[in-house]
Ligand binder design. Structure first.
Ligand code: DLL
Length: 437
């Protein structure tokens, strides 16, 4: 394979030079962070009073962690470190509790972020001849404008279609010859089901690639989307606190996500002890943003679970690769004492070919026990009134799940297209248990 690089020197920088660059950037961002009362206090307590107190990269471990809670407490301007009139944009994520966290960008911050998104897009093999349909929510969510600017920087023709309205999406794809799309994996699955429903012929589309991210999905889901749509799907990871998309991205080898280490320092820690895990093991990802001046965030606890690949990538990039993010420390379900991540269920059901593209996990209390129900759609062409094969399928799903997750679930089969669909991040879990238990 011939690999293309957006910035060959930076992407293939020898590790020692990359780390020297990181140290230099870390010192700069610590100096910026010290302008905010929050970091003045936090860093001061850790004995860091100016940038020169950071002498080596290992000194990052002296920097205290920052949590979502800290960001909420600082709403709206607690983390702003440049004069307000230098800020040109904000993005916000509402999170589950409703208190937003806000990130500010100055002109250079937007340019640096755009550059990382462009680099990510280019790493998948796209170039200026591509037509890019950005089928994700625009607005305060970073996925829309982040990819929009990155796509323009690559020189692609960008169609800002936004999420939803599949009929219009197909029309745009056909009218303009869309070659690459961006969406959440759940919306891509929905698009595929709708394509069959509306009789849109695959041959009428010029699609080659998709960027899929903003929510966890399994390798089987990726393969399913690729096989159904005859495209290559690239995993895209990011979070608002670290600008948005363009933090880590798969290259043409599609084997792990390169984290752009000239923009971010990544650590993997044990979420209980907060100590680093041995190289290659899974833990919580902690990120320091080196590339944004207006809202510096140091050692942010992402809650996302992943680990580093220990082998270098065959593409020649020296930036380390993260494993597919399997879930978050805070979406773990405990069912009758057994720890379970929704991604484990997805992995099992998406590997069964008769299962359709959408599913829902419901947890309830039945007496003193927890009850897990997995609702899945069946694939198109499977008829709901044909009970014998349906019962056999149900039993197969139940048994496979039970052997993999050690919990005996109830399985419900639903007609294709009948479970609720989300245009953005999918809500796959309904935990109906009373909150005080
Ligand atoms: O989801 C930014 C983004 C936009 C990423 C478009 C990729 C594409 P937030 O809304 O702040 O930002 O949500 C961030 O989403 O901490 C993960 O838990 C999850 N997440 C994002 N990408 C992936 C992925 C955007 N590829 C949170 N795999 C993160 C698994 C992901 N989880």
């Amino acid at each position: 394979m011939i690999y293309q690089y957006w910035n060959e020197r930076m992407e293939t920088l020898p590790r020692a030079e990359l780390e020297a660059y990181q140290l230099e950037q870390l010192k700069k961002i610590v100096a910026v962070a010290l302008r905010t009362p929050f970091y003045q206090k936090r860093l001061g307590e850790a004995g860091i009073h100016d940038a020169d107190d950071i002498r080596s990269l290992a000194d990052i471990r002296r920097v205290p962690f920052t949590t979502k809670h800290d960001l909420r407490d600082g709403f709206p301007y607690g983390f702003l470190s440049v004069p307000k009139d230098e800020v040109i944009r904000l993005h916000a994520s509402s999170g589950t509790t409703g208190t937003p966290t806000t990130i500010y960008f100055n002109k250079e911050d937007i340019a640096r972020w755009t550059n990382f998104v462009a680099r990510s897009i280019y790493a998948t093999g796209c170039n200026k001849t591509d037509v890019f349909q950005n089928m994700i929510t625009y607005g305060l969510f970073t996925g829309g404008l982040g990819f929009h600017f990155g796509g323009e920087a690559v020189g692609m023709l960008v169609i800002p279609s936004g999420a939803g309205n599949t009929t219009r999406q197909f029309k745009l794809m056909q009218d303009f010859g869309t070659t690459v799309v961006h969406a959440t994996p759940s919306f891509l699955l929905h698009v595929e089901a709708k394509m069959r429903e509306e009789g849109v012929m695959r041959e009428s589309l010029a699609l080659k690639r998709a960027f899929a991210g903003a929510e966890p999905y399994s390798e089987d889901t990726r393969r399913r989307i690729e096989a159904l749509l005859h495209i290559d799907v690239y995993n895209s990871y990011g979070l608002s606190e670290m600008n948005g998309p363009g933090v880590a991205f798969e290259c043409q080898t599609k084997d792990g996500l390169h984290i752009w280490e000239d923009g971010y320092i990544a650590e993997i820690v044990n979420p209980d002890t907060l100590e680093p895990v041995p190289d290659g093991e899974v833990g919580e990802l902690v990120l320091t943003c080196l590339c944004r001046e207006a809202s510096p965030i140091l050692r942010y606890r992402t809650r996302d679970l992943t680990g580093f690949y220990t082998e270098p990538c065959s593409c020649g990039r020296t930036h380390r690769r993260l494993r597919r993010i399997t879930g978050r420390t805070d979406d773990m379900l405990i069912i009758n004492g057994v720890n379970l991540f929704p991604s484990q269920i997805e992995e099992v059901i998406m590997s069964i070919k008769e299962v359709g593209n959408n599913y829902l996990i419901v947890v309830e209390k039945e007496g003193v026990l927890d009850r897990l129900t997995v609702k899945t759609e069946v694939g198109l062409g499977i008829f709901m009134d044909d009970t014998r094969p349906l019962n056999a399928l149900k039993e197969r799903i139940r048994k496979t799940l039970q052997s993999m997750i050690t919990i005996n679930p109830r399985v419900e089969l639903h007609e294709s297209g009948s479970l609720p669909v989300s245009e953005g991040k999918a809500k796959r879990v309904q935990d109906n248990r009373p909150k005080d238990v």
